[in-house]
Design a binder for this molecule. Structure first.
Ligand code: ATP
Length: 348
């Protein structure tokens, strides 16, 4: 009989730098003080072209068995694997942390430590609109109560954990029916969390205020498209589009998270694939989020901070102006994580 593992992760392998990111993740997992195992599923384009249904069925079975998955970048050809997985697994909420990375140059002085929680479905991104003749078109923007509720619940639970308030943001004075429903649901959830301050902010004002006073915002919950815009705007503030991770969640009937998939921002980077030079930071942050979600909060924090410490102390891959390869950076991140875990550096 095999020994019980502390954590088993479904691992969705993709294309390009996917294999190198996976190798970095395995190296870090082996350095953790818990037993981590992986159940790999091949979602590469080659496999999907041969047997797409088999690949997705395997991925679905693996995440349903394990509860958590790490997904690496995949090529979108005929279909977007992210959309297929979202539909099959009923992902309703996306959580995207964006925080200042010490040592990464920015045009902006402030400290960003933002958690963007967005509805993963509907909004203008699933627009069932149509053209009306040559001169006009109409848009159909759908906001639903259930994913609004799940996003709000997730945001308030996160704020409770972080000891901060929640800002909900949309254009509720203009899109009165749709964003009005979203804000109504958020207010209902806010009423059940009396200890957590809740404020509403019009989305255009939020963008301006975030640039002027980023420290005033921590957890922000939005409909689908606003969360996407906000994520990119926040990434611009911290000086990097590709350095970050996000999580997608599905929920059971009682509103608890059922499945969680974590993936690094950024694409398959075909220009550098196979050279051992890609930056694994975002993949390691995805693992850190997975650890926190799986109840290993201290380890997740130590890994998250360790990667920041490594970059902040000048350990840089080529994309950040340095000369380290993927493996050398990963080793630096592991040392920094251990320094956090052993108390040499406080693990806040
Ligand atoms: P895709 O179609 O998968 O999005 P792409 O090349 O269009 O691929 P990215 O993969 O995001 O888009 O790559 C954009 C640029 O950023 C490329 O020059 C790539 O090498 C670089 N890049 C992306 N991810 C990383 C990474 N993890 N480390 C280093 N450079 C990266």
């Amino acid at each position: 009989m095999s020994a019980q593992k502390d954590l088993t992760i479904a691992e969705f392998l993709g294309d390009g730098i996917s294999a190198e990111l996976s190798a970095a993740v395995h190296r870090v997992a082996a350095a953790l003080p818990i037993d981590v195992d992986f159940e790999a599923v091949d979602l590469s384009l080659e496999r999907r072209q041969r047997d797409a249904e088999g690949a997705y069925r395997e991925a679905e079975a693996a995440i349903r068995a394990r509860g958590v998955a790490l997904k690496y970048p995949t090529i979108t050809a005929d279909e977007s694997p992210n959309k297929v997985l979202r539909d099959r697994l009923d992902f309703a909420v996306i959580h995207r942390p964006v925080a200042t990375i010490p040592g990464v140059p920015t045009r902006f002085q402030g400290e960003v430590d933002l958690h963007i929680v967005r509805i993963a479905v509907g909004g203008t991104y699933e627009d069932a609109g149509r053209r009306i003749g040559r001169e006009a078109a109409v848009s159909v923007r759908v906001i639903e109560r259930r994913p609004s509720f799940q996003a709000a619940q997730f945001a308030f639970a996160l704020a409770t954990r972080l000891g901060c308030g929640v800002t909900s943001s949309s254009k509720y004075t203009i899109q009165r029916a749709t964003d009005g429903l979203f804000e109504e649901v958020v207010s209902e959830v806010a009423a059940e969390h009396a200890g957590i301050p809740h404020q509403r902010e019009l989305f255009d004002a939020l963008l301006a205020k975030l640039i002027m006073r980023p420290e005033a915002y921590r957890v922000v919950v939005t409909p689908n498209e606003y969360g996407d815009f906000l994520s990119d705007a926040a990434c611009g503030l911290i000086g990097s589009m590709g350095l970050g991770a996000s999580a997608s969640y599905s929920f059971d009937a009682a509103g608890s998270v059922q499945l969680a998939m974590f993936d690094p921002a950024g694409g398959t980077a075909p220009d550098i694939a196979g050279q051992g030079v890609c930056n694994p930071a975002a993949a390691l942050w995805a693992l850190a989020m997975l650890l926190e979600h799986s109840g290993h909060r201290g380890l997740g924090r130590a890994l998250d901070q360790g990667v920041r410490d490594a970059i902040g102390s000048g350990h840089a891959t080529r994309d950040l102006g340095g000369s380290l390869g993927t493996e050398a950076f990963t080793k630096a991140a592991i040392s920094a994580m251990h320094a956090r875990l052993t108390g040499k550096v406080p693990n806040r």
